[in-house]
Design a protein around this ligand. Structure first.
Ligand code: ZN
Length: 203
């Protein structure tokens, strides 16, 4: 949300940019900010935007923008849970976001063949032991699990906005490595095969 040129419009449901139509400046808690009435460049929807006066970066926007779209190359059950986790984050329900991030992680483990009878931490280790994820991705998965556990269990610590954002980003990186990049590579490979009729490495 910090970049004026990248926001996901809740009205036209696409990535867009904003044009400021009217504004005034004000000091808020010692920070110089500008309040702007801004218009989506793809549709006629208007927002009230609070920006840093010097950098122009967005501090807050009303109504809240939707989370970025989850990549269509991610399998449907995983995508659905991930989207719900992002919606929780936007609504300020960080525990809900973390619990759904943990659930998304578990669906990924099952999709990648981890035994259903295992607990989540064992499933993550199973993926590593079977060379399905690297040591690095295993550690990302455990971070998502730790925060997700806090969200799921009574008396555990609260989940902050920052923690929810961190694990959602880790989850996105995991999905990129496990689903998005391989799917893109497969499409490239198929196109190359179709055009050249030859998949040999030509150096
Ligand atoms: Zn729009």
């Amino acid at each position: 949300m910090s970049d004026i040129n990248s926001f996901y419009c809740p009205s036209c449901k696409g990535y867009s940019s904003l044009t400021d139509r009217a504004s005034y400046n004000k000091d808020v808690n010692g920070t110089h900010v500008g309040f702007c009435v801004s218009e989506c460049n793809s549709c006629d929807f208007h927002f009230l935007v609070m920006r840093h006066r010097t950098s122009g970066n967005i501090i807050k926007i009303w109504p809240k923008t939707l989370p970025g779209k989850v990549n269509d190359l991610i399998p449907e059950p995983i995508k659905k849970d991930f989207e719900e986790a992002l919606l929780c984050e936007v609504a300020g329900s960080y525990r809900g976001a973390a619990a759904l991030a943990r659930r998304t992680l578990q669906v990924i483990c099952l999709d990648k063949g981890a035994p259903e009878s295992m607990k989540l931490h064992k499933q993550i280790d199973w993926l590593f032991q079977n060379n399905i994820v690297t040591d690095e991705i295993k550690s990302w998965a455990h971070e998502v699990r730790y925060v997700g556990n806090d969200a799921a269990h009574p008396n555990a610590t609260e989940v902050s906005n920052e923690e929810a954002r961190d694990i959602l980003e880790l989850l996105e990186s995991m999905c990129d490595v496990l689903y998005v990049a391989p799917a893109r590579a497969a499409v490239r490979r198929a196109r190359r095969t179709n055009t050249s009729g030859d998949v040999a490495d030509e150096n």
